[in-house]
Write a protein that binds this ligand. Structure first.
Ligand code: ADP
Ligand code: MG
Length: 250
């Protein structure tokens, strides 16, 4: 379970997140949708401590953190209970696919080299990339690189996986494959937050959907309800841009 309470984040004097509340039950997948610039990535980054929030409470399982006063011990705990899949993959360019997965296991999880290798190979196999284990990111397609990013996140066995628009940097022909992989993962009921513009996919995998705009959660609810029958005018307007895509899955 993960919960954010009253998250506030500013950059300089510009308020970006204005009191975000978000809750994901254990095993649940929540999709976060909303226009570009609404603060979706910043919300995930404040959870994972890639950004420091000015205010708010974060609960992961039975541990609660005051985001204003994160101690080095908190930071370590939060980092080891969450894993992020990035829009631009964020792989080490000078490391092979295998080492991209092994390194965080060795550094963050204190695995021995041998155990890290075993776990990394298992996860490369899971995402269908075992034959590419010795390739560098520049030798992989975007879809393959993102599979490595996903394998890296899964290998860490986090309590929560945060996906930040995992398919938006991919060529169109790669998108369905990566969405298919995330769909498979969601069946394992790993607690996940997925920022995505792929609304059909959100409808399919998400238990709940949250709509954000201008640093606020405007609407949240059951995926089908929010996507098919939005109560807020702003949600409806946003979804209107995707109407043709959603129509045939009603
Ligand atoms: N490091 C930063 N410094 C200053 N402004 C930022 C920074 N990161 C994000 N922002 C601003 O915060 C707002 C929300 O950004 P972001 O969370 O990336 O939105 P989204 O992911 O919904 O597109 C945007 O206006 C963006 O310009
Ligand atoms: Mg973003």
């Amino acid at each position: 379970m993960i919960r954010l309470c009253n998250l506030h984040k500013s950059f300089g004097d510009k308020a970006i997140l204005k009191g975000i509340d978000l809750e994901v039950e254990s095993g649940e997948t929540v999709a976060v949708i909303g226009p570009s610039g609404s603060g979706k990535s910043t919300t995930l980054r404040c959870i994972n401590q890639l950004e420091q929030a000015q205010k708010g409470k974060l609960t992961i399982g039975n541990r609660e953190y005051d985001l204003e006063k994160i101690t080095p011990a908190d930071l370590k705990e939060i980092r080891s209970s969450t894993a992020m899949v990035f829009q631009n993959f964020s792989l080490y360019e000078n490391k092979t696919a295998l080492w991209n997965i092994m390194l965080p296991l060795i550094k963050a999880k204190k695995y021995s080299k041998e155990d890290a290798r075993k776990t990394a190979l298992e996860h490369l196999e899971k995402v269908g990339l075992l034959p590419w284990k010795d390739h560098y990111p520049s030798q992989l397609s975007g879809g393959q690189a993102q599979r490595v990013g996903i394998a890296r996140a899964l290998a860490l066995k986090p309590e929560v996986i945060l996906f930040d628009e995992p398919t938006s940097a991919l060529d169109p022909e790669m998108v369905q494959g990566v969405l298919g992989l995330i769909r498979e993962i969601s069946k394992e009921r790993i607690t996940s937050i997925i920022v995505t513009h792929e609304l059909e996919f959100a409808l399919d995998v998400a238990d709940h959907v949250v709509f954000m705009e201008d640093g606020c959660v405007v609407e949240k609810g059951e995926a089908r309800e929010v996507l098919k029958n939005p109560q807020n005018e702003r949600t409806a307007k946003f979804l209107g841009h995707f109407a043709d895509k959603l129509e045939y899955v009603i």
